[in-house]
Structure formats: C-alpha cells, structure tokens
Design a protein around this ligand. Structure first.
Ligand code: PLP
Length: 396
C-alpha cells in the first residue's frame, strides 16, 4: 500500500489539466473578450468598417498615452518602434545619450550605432536606476547630444527609471527625451504631454493584452520637427507617411488587422476599469509580489526603484534559475522567465501586469515556494503566500 502510494505519487502529473499561468513580461495573457473579437472573420483594411475600428483605437491610445498627439500604429514588435525612432529622428553622426540599465537599454545603443550615430552610453549596474544628478553631468559634458534614449521600465532587471526627471533634464538641455515605455505604458502613470516626453513607445504584447505584432509610437511637436530634418534611410518605418495615412483612419501598409480589432477590445477593458485603477492594481500586485519574495528570504535585484511591471528576484548562488523556471513551467504549469546574458540562471523575473489579478500572484508565489523547496532551499510552505495575502487584504 505504502509502496503503491509512493509509486503513484511519483507518477502523478500535478498539472493534469494543463491549465497555464503566464506571468511573463510579454507576451502577457489575453482576456477572453479580446480572444473572441480576434477570432471573428477578417475584414479588409480599406473599408469603412475598419476605419471605424481604427478611429476608436486611435482615441483610446491617446487616452492611455495621455497626449493630444496622434499615436501611430506600426506592424512590428516593440523593437520596430525603437528602430523607427532612431531612423526618423536623427542624422548620421548625431550624438545621443543612451541609458543602459540592461538588455533593452543596451539595445538603444546598438540601434543607434547601426544607423551611424554616436551613442554616449551610461552603463548602470544591473537593477540600478539612473540618478538624475549623474545624468545631468553626462548631459553637461555632452552639450551637442541630440537626445536622451532610455527605458521607463528596464524589463531585464525590473528597475523603473525616473522618467519625469529625465525628461526635465532633456528639455532644459534642448535635447529630445525618447522613452521606451514598452513595459510601462498602461502599467503605471506616464503622462506624455504633462511630462514633456518627446517620443513614447510601446508594444501590443505587454500591458495592451493582445498578441505580439503591433507597436505604438507617439511624437511631440519637437520630435516631429526633428523628423523633418532627419537624413537617415527609411521606407517601411517612414513615420511622416504613417502620420498622413492616419488622418484617413488607415495605415500606410496592410496592418495587423486582427490585432487592431483585439486592441479595440482591450482598450475598452482598460477604460472600463479606469486608467488610474489599472495603475493602482499594478502597484498593488507588484507590492504583493515583492512582499511574497522577501518573506521567502530572497532579495530583489532592483530594490531602490522597483518597476510595477516586473519583479526580478536574486537567487542564492547554489540555486540554478534555469532549473527553477523549467520546473515551474513543465511541472506546475506556471511560466515565469529567468535572466538574460550575465543574469542568466541568477535571477527570476515575475511579471504582474496586463490581464493579471491578485490570485495570479498567490499562484506564482505558491509555485515558487514549492519549487524552491524541491531544489533544497529552506522555504517554508505558506510563508510567501501569507505575505502576499496580507498585502492583498489591505484593499479587500
Ligand atoms: C519587450 C520589450 C521591448 C521590445 O521587445 P520586442 O521583442 O521587440 O517586442 C523593448 N523594450 C522593453 C523595455 C521591453 O520590455
């Protein structure tokens, strides 16, 4: 009997229903009404039916971006909009300041270099956010730089950046502020016009809760002036052409029609919740996650200014992050991600934005406890979960 039980225990698949929990910083889970909308028969993009949908999407995006500028839709992932920014705003040889707080900040430098710009890179320690004072000094030392390119939330380390201060520094120096808000727009407050953000970029598979394939980008008047002066090669990503077709509620090329249909639905969901409530929910979920992780005796990678989008957790050196991610995904049905490059195997990243609620956090921390224990870490069952519940109960 005992042996039979043991055998059964060994064989049992703890995730027999294959119910999947996706807590990754893109793609994020897709709400059911959005999936339903995207499954409808496809329509043509040069029709009144599409133009009506496009008009709704345009208006909804402006509200999320908190701008009176148009928000352009590109059929690309977020990196496409980063690429479009560089080739539309600058001239060959331009100096630009890039904030490299991780994988995505590093990408700004790579794109700039590939177009023949001269990036002045500020490299941060993993998990750090830029100090406004340190940025000010680099700006002072490089007065001819045309722009500051940065992330609002550096997804690879879970660090948020002081966006408002960065934009103030840029404005005073006559530079453009270019904000990769790919895991920030629709996650936390980022009022484009109020904070004088010159370029704001995001992507569909993040807080917008639809599949990958759409990038959104908005430019200030100052950025459009720079666009008119740019001499870099561009064709597919010619933003001036996109701006012109946008006036007719169309896109320059065949857009990802089904994604735009889904986006109308997800924007509706965000508006029904209320943008401020969306931000408050993300803040609560982030706080609950951090609290759960700390209760397990683990440390945060970005402890000074953690992002409301994603929590990066440092692992003790004897634990292999890759094994933890694999076990959680394959055995428990909970998908999180590990670290990239030099952080590979050393951190875990738990994402908590988009279509994500309180009990997703209970689930992920519970799965983490079980997995840590399995790999020999002295995690006590329920300790992390209880910490999560205490935070969630504050607003019950
Ligand atoms: C996801 C992400 C990107 C873009 O990635 P894509 O794979 O091109 O969508 C860029 N910056 C940040 C901060 C991101 O989180």
């Amino acid at each position: 009997m005992g042996a039979a039980l043991t055998t059964r225990r060994k064989k049992v698949d703890v995730s027999p229903m294959r119910k999947i929990y996706l807590l990754t910083p893109g793609p994020t889970p897709i709400p059911e009404p959005v999936l339903a909308a995207m499954s409808l028969p496809i329509i043509h993009h040069r029709t009144p039916a599409f133009e009506t949908i496009f008009e709704d999407v345009k208006a909804g995006l402006k509200r999320v971006f908190q701008t009176k500028q148009d928000v352009l839709l590109l059929t690309a992932t977020g990196t496409g909009a980063m690429d479009a920014t560089v080739c539309n705003l600058f001239k060959k040889g331009d100096a630009v300041i890039t904030v490299n707080g991780g994988k995505f900040g590093e990408r700004w430098g790579q794109i700039a270099r590939s177009y023949g710009l001269n990036p002045i890179e500020i490299k941060l320690e993993p998990g750090d956010s830029i100090e406004p004072q340190a940025l000010q000094e680099v700006v002072k030392a490089n007065p001819s730089a045309r722009a500051i390119l940065f992330q609002a939330s550096e997804t690879s380390t879970g660090a948020a950046m002081p966006v408002k201060e960065i934009c103030q520094i840029a404005r005073r120096a006559g530079m453009l502020s270019v904000c990769d808000a790919i895991t920030a727009a629709g996650v936390f407050n980022l009022p484009m016009d109020d904070w004088s953000i010159d370029v704001l970029i995001t992507g569909s598979q993040k807080a917008f809760m639809i599949p990958p394939g759409l990038a959104m980008i908005s430019l200030s008047e100052k950025a459009w002036q720079a666009q008119a002066q740019s001499d870099l090669p561009k064709y597919y990503f010619d933003l001036a052409r996109e701006r012109k077709t946008l006036l007719k509620n169309q896109t320059a090329w065949t857009p990802a029609i089904s994604l735009i249909v889904g986006l109308r639905e997800s924007l509706k969901i965000m508006e029904e919740e209320g943008l401020q409530n969306v931000f408050a929910r993300h803040e609560l979920l982030a706080r609950a996650t951090r609290s759960g992780v700390l209760a397990l005796g683990l440390e945060l990678l970005a402890s000074k200014m953690p992002s409301a989008a994603v929590t990066a957790v440092k692992l003790p050196t004897h634990l292999d992050g890759k094994k933890i991610v694999k076990h959680m995904r394959d055995q428990l049905g909970v998908t999180i991600v590990g670290g990239q490059d030099e952080l590979d195997g050393k951190i875990l990243r738990l994402s908590h934005f988009g279509y994500c609620g309180p009990f997703d956090i209970v689930t992920v921390i519970s799965a983490l406890e079980m997995t840590l224990k399995k790999f020999g870490y002295p995690a006590e069952y329920g300790k992390g979960v209880a910490a999560v519940q205490r935070v969630l109960a504050e607003v019950q």
